[in-house]
Structure formats: C-alpha cells, structure tokens
Design a protein around this ligand. Structure first.
Ligand SMILES: Cc1cc2nc3c(=O)[nH]c(=O)nc-3n(C[C@H](O)[C@H](O)[C@H](O)COP(=O)(O)OP(=O)(O)OC[C@H]3O[C@@H](n4cnc5c(N)ncnc54)[C@H](O)[C@@H]3O)c2cc1C
Length: 420
C-alpha cells in the first residue's frame, strides 16, 4: 500500500472537528485530532459560569439546509432554529440615531450610491469605491473599531466588521434595487434592508440545543465512537511536526498558522494586533426577540455589537467592545443599542474578558499566507492541508478544507478505502 494512510488534524475548533468527520467519511480510519486545550470547540466554545455560557459574540449556524448543521446533526448534534433578528444603529450627518432592522450593516444618510471598482485588495481601496460621504463614515468606523490604518488591512476585513454592504438611506430605493440587479459592484457594495425591499420571508438561523459546550462534548463523543483518537491538552509544536511527519501521513493544520512561518524559513508577517473586550450582563427583562444582535456603526462609545441570548435558563447580553469600557456608561450603551428591538432592564455584570481575534488580516498577512501555502505545497504536496486560514465564515472554511481533503484522499488511494 502506498500514500498517506494516517491523518493528523491539529486544532480542535469547528474546522478541525469538521475535518475529522469528513476524513472519516472519505475513508480514512487512522485519524488523530490534537487540541492544545482541555476541550474541543476553539473560539466557539464559551466559558461556563453556573451553567450559563459567557459568549464572546454570536456564532450562529444556518437552518436545516446548512451543510455544517447537516454534518453535525448526522453525528448526533441537535440544533434549535429561530427567526434571525438583527439590526444596526448608525448616526446620520446631524448625529441623530438611525436604526435598521433585518440588516446588520451601516445605514448612511446619503442619496448617492455610485461605485468604482476598488483599485487594489486593501480595505482603503474598498472604502474608496464609495462616494466620499460614505467612505469617510466607514473610515471613521474602521479606525474606531480596529484602530488600524485601512491602507494596511485586507479588504476582506469588511466581513467580520459587518461593513461589506452599506444601506444608502436617502437613495431612491427602486433605482438602487434595479442597479443591484444590473451592476455586480453595486450589488457587492450596497444593500436594502429586507423589509424595505419587499422581502418578508423569515431568515432562519440555528444554535446548538443546550449550548456550545454541550455541542462540542457530544461531538467529541461521536468522534471517539468513530474511532478518531482525540488528544486534548496536546499542544503540537510546528517545528517538530514539520520535521517528523512522514510520507504516510496527511496533516490538517486547523489552527492559527502564525507559528508555521519560522520553521518554514519565512518571515512572520505583521498582523492586525487588536484585542476586543467583552462584558456579559444578566438581563432582568427584555420585551424584544431573543436571540437578537445589534451592531453599532456610530463610532461612539465602546460597544460595537450587543448580542442578547438565552443560556442556562437566563437571558444574558454580551457587549463586544473595541476598548476597555467604562462600566458606568456601558449598561446605558447596551440599552440604547437594544432599544430598536425592545426595552431592556439589565442586572449585574457577571463576566469580563479580553481576547485578540484572528479574523482581521493585514495585506501583509494575506501575502505571507500565500507564500506559506506555496512553501508547504512545495515540501509536502497535497498531504499538508492548510485549515482555511483566510476566510472568516465557517461555510467557506468547510468548503476549502473538504476540497483539500478530497484531493489528499485521491493521493492516498489505495491506502485509504474510498467511501461512497
Ligand atoms: C466572536 C466571534 C464570532 C464569530 N461568529 C461567526 C459566525 O457567526 N459565523 C461564522 O461563520 N464565523 C464566525 N466566527 C468565525 C470563527 O472563527 C469560525 O466560525 C470558527 O469558529 C473558527 O473555527 P476554527 O476551528 O477555524 O478556529 P478556532 O476555533 O480558533 O480553533 C483552532 C483550535 O486550534 C487549537 N490550537 C491552536 N494551536 C494549536 C497547536 N499548536 N496545537 C494544538 N492545538 C492548537 C486552538 O486551541 C483552537 O481550539 C466568529 C468568530 C468570533 C471570534
């Protein structure tokens, strides 16, 4: 038998867990999943306090047709669907608040919506594709949110920052709707909130029944049942891994790639260094929908998103903040943000945290990852699978890793018995 018969997956977040299920589906039987911490889940696994999840933000799944939901459900996970309710708060040019519903991007009080295609891949060029009034509003927001120069950040950062589409609130919406159909860049850069565009069907999202910790513990058990060796508290040093891996092993690096640069002889690129602060409050009363989230595009205060959810029988709200918040003014900020959906009475703050998020890439990081991929491919071919490092969305990560696993499976044949 020839080809890589073993597969080793580094990183027990959602990407690594899904890769393990897919490797099994494709026919691998000698599968090891290594996670440096004491449980699976990565960034999607919140801390538990008195049975309640202290979430850092809203990680949602899609409805029943979401491929991730389908895969995880096939392995025993249970999801609860709900009407996905979300909105945003922006400021108009007089500083008045503007709320949107069923649209999580910024509303800019501007009639113009012309575009020019971005000149390059930078966030600065992406913003410059808008008319100057909109570009200036977005740039203020980016500097407040990220504290980074948009010229150094990759344009894809618009997705985690939720500014991938702008609602030009003073525009002729009929003409805009028409332009969105005929011009791809207009469609890419602008949105019309659903209710205003005549679309009324509910948007369905889902969350794991009983929370994320229960989800990942159940998935851990399901992997073990399939024969996957799940190793926890197993920090894999990249240098050793790259030196010791043999031709009969496929590797999936479903973890932060930064430590791979040096052992591969490459300079580590400059990253967008930014920590976000999160504060969880009990919610004593809220007369709006749950779960719900509201983005803040006013570039005022500390909170860029308020996410209200239910966990352990209680309603909680997390403030995701661009900086350390003033705890005296934070409850007021949260009430204002949520006021577009309902009146909130907040209880005590029960958790605070600060974490960097590896979801905003510098231009240098994207270029560096390209070189890293090329070096890894030159040295290991298809048997080294990058864990979809660049995309933010889970669905895009899944598609990329699954395609690479399929290529590696072909390389592994006949050592890996082809499934299906
Ligand atoms: C607050 C927040 C909200 C988000 N919301 C969404 C959303 O709604 N929709 C969406 O599609 N995406 C969302 N994302 C993006 C999110 O990154 C992905 O959805 C997904 O959870 C990422 O999973 P991952 O496995 O790729 O990465 P991670 O969850 O980061 O997992 C990597 C794992 O590798 C482990 N590890 C690292 N180094 C090593 C090592 N050397 N050896 C062993 N183990 C190692 C880590 O401990 C970790 O468990 C959100 C992200 C954040 C932070």
């Amino acid at each position: 038998m020839s080809g890589p018969r073993r597969i080793r997956i580094i990183g027990g977040g959602l990407t690594g867990v899904l890769a393990a299920f897919e490797a099994h589906r494709l026919g691998w039987r000698d599968i090891t999943l290594q996670e440096r911490f004491e449980a699976l889940g990565g960034v999607a696994r919140p801390k538990l306090i008195h049975g309640r999840e202290m979430r850092d933000g809203c990680v949602y799944f899609g409805g029943e047709t979401d491929p991730i939901v389908q895969t995880l459900s096939a392995h025993g996970a249970r999801f609860e669907t709900f009407d996905n309710r979300f909105g945003s708060m922006s400021a108009d040019f007089a500083g008045r608040r503007v709320f949107t519903w069923d649209f999580g991007g910024p509303a800019v009080d501007c009639p113009a919506y012309r575009v020019k295609a971005p000149a390059d891949d930078s966030l600065a060029a992406r913003l410059a594709a808008y008319p100057p009034e909109i570009a200036a509003t977005l740039e203020d927001y980016v500097r407040w949110h990220l504290g980074a120069d948009p010229a150094l950040v990759h344009g894809d950062a618009v997705i985690p920052m939720a500014i991938n589409r702008v609602f030009p609130a003073a525009a002729d919406l009929t003409a805009l709707a028409q332009a969105k159909v005929t011009d791809p860049w207009t469609d890419e850069l602008y949105a019309i909130p659903r209710a205003l565009s005549g679309r009324t069907a509910n948007l369905v999202a889902s969350l794991p029944e009983g929370g994320f910790a229960k989800l990942f513990d159940g998935l851990h058990a399901a992997l073990v049942k399939l024969g996957v060796k799940v190793e926890l508290n197993a920090l894999v040093p990249p240098r050793q891994l790259l030196a010791e891996t043999t031709a009969d092993e496929t590797i999936v690096w479903a973890a932060n790639p930064t430590p791979l640069f040096k052992p591969m002889g490459l300079a580590t690129p400059a990253l967008v260094k930014k920590s976000f602060f999160t504060y969880v409050f009990e919610v004593e009363a809220f007369d709006g929908p749950c779960p719900v989230y509201v983005q803040n595009f006013t570039a005022q205060g500390a909170t860029f998103r308020a996410y209200l959810y239910e966990s352990g029988g209680a309603k909680l709200v997390v403030a995701e903040c661009v900086r350390e918040a003033d705890l005296k003014t934070l409850p007021g900020e949260l009430r204002t943000l949520l006021s577009g959906f309902g009146a909130a009475t907040l209880g005590p703050m029960i958790h605070a945290d600060a974490q960097p998020r590896w979801i905003y890439h510098s231009l240098e990081a994207i270029a560096g990852l390209k070189s890293l991929r090329a070096e890894l491919a030159a040295r290991f071919g298809d048997r080294f699978i990058p864990g979809a490092w660049e995309p933010y969305a889970k669905a895009a990560k899944l598609a990329e890793v699954n395609a690479a696993l399929a290529r590696a499976r072909d390389l592994a044949a006949p050592a890996v018995a082809k499934a299906g």
